[in-house]
Design a protein around this ligand. Structure first.
Ligand SMILES: [Zn+2]
Length: 335
């Protein structure tokens, strides 16, 4: 069975000190301090240590082989979005990252599919880079769950979504810049609590903002199985019904009716949670994703699904059909 992992992160091996080029700090660079490992540094502050499977496309292909997974959809690591930077500098950084991903895809067309990153803080520049991404052979973009704390329903982002629709570029929404981060540093809470809430924030913003009604052909996939959205859909719907004066101010469509208008990945680490999501979304809107190569990801690449009692047709949808439809690609490209 063809397996496409639609949620993985990649970086170029060498990331220069953009702070030196732009004249101000906050950007990530890589410090290759020992063989096979690099420190991601934000100026002089340590962010995370990463392994060579973060930048070496050949090692990545080998690590996927034991799990019979041939294709990875690659995008950058959200900390690279840099929406807070000057727009022109963020554009430059985005071009650098997108050129690298395009090269990986070009060199390994049966193993990689690419998603770009765009300077969301400036719609004109974002659309310019979106168009370039398409020319480079990327099939969509990954965007953050908020843009400098602005929610995705804001009018400033609509032209970008419209351009994605017009160009046939898919959108992956990934949590980042987690709300309440400074209030919950202990116990890795920004990742365990903040990220699922961020994804729900993005989904509610787009649903209540009416994005899926205005752009029914826009193809959006939300990370981490929709975060806390799916588990709280009853509460969200009830809120819509009991306080329309607060909730239904921009869109009069019940949020439950918006299910199946978007895709989600399957990163639940819990087969029962996944079964509930399949019940809500249908198997055509749930994609194999893992968050490889990071430890919070499903690094057995969907093994918990393959070992489950789910019907083979459902597993087939998750393993490739849903992702191919989200990205607008044909299966034959990878056979
Ligand atoms: Zn991720």
């Amino acid at each position: 069975m063809l397996k496409i992992d639609m949620h993985t992160h990649i970086l170029p091996r060498n990331i220069p000190k953009f702070a030196d080029k732009f004249g101000y700090g906050g950007f990530i660079h890589l410090d290759h301090h020992r063989k096979g490992w690099a420190r991601m540094m934000q100026d002089s502050k340590f962010f995370r240590e990463i392994n060579e499977n973060c930048w070496d496309e050949h090692i990545r292909i080998k690590e996927y082989e034991p799990y019979h997974t041939q294709v990875q959809v690659v995008c950058t690591i959200p900390v690279m979005f840099s929406y807070w930077a000057k727009p022109a500098d963020c554009l430059y950084l985005s071009e650098f990252l997108n050129d690298h991903i395009a090269e990986v895809v070009k060199d390994n067309p049966k193993h990689y599919i690419g998603l770009g990153t765009i300077p969301m803080q400036d719609a004109d520049l974002a659309i310019k880079e979106l168009e370039r991404c398409k020319e480079l052979g990327l099939v969509g973009v990954q965007i953050g769950s908020n843009v400098n704390d602005k929610n995705l329903n804001e009018e400033a982002f609509f032209p970008i979504f419209k351009a994605c629709r017009d160009l046939g570029m898919a959108v992956m929404v990934h949590p980042w810049n987690m709300m309440g981060k400074s209030l919950m540093e202990r116990y890795w809470l920004p990742w365990l609590v903040g990220m699922p809430a961020e994804t729900s924030r993005a989904m509610c913003s787009m649903i209540f903002g009416g994005i899926f009604e205005k752009l029914p052909d826009l193809r959006v996939c939300f990370s981490h199985a929709g975060g806390s959205f799916m588990g709280t859909i009853g509460r969200i719907e009830h809120g819509f019904n009991c306080r329309p004066d607060l909730v239904a101010i921009d869109n009069n469509v019940n949020p439950r009716e918006c299910l199946r208008k978007f895709w989600v990945d399957c990163i639940t680490h819990d087969i029962d949670a996944l079964k509930y999501i399949l019940k809500l979304q249908g198997s055509k809107k749930v994609c194999l994703g893992t968050d490889y190569p990071f430890p919070l990801g499903d690094l057995e690449i969907g093994k918990f699904i393959e070992e489950s009692d789910l019907p083979v047709e459902v597993i087939e949808d998750i393993m490739h059909n849903s992702t191919l439809e989200w990205l607008g690609l044909e299966k034959g490209l990878f056979l």
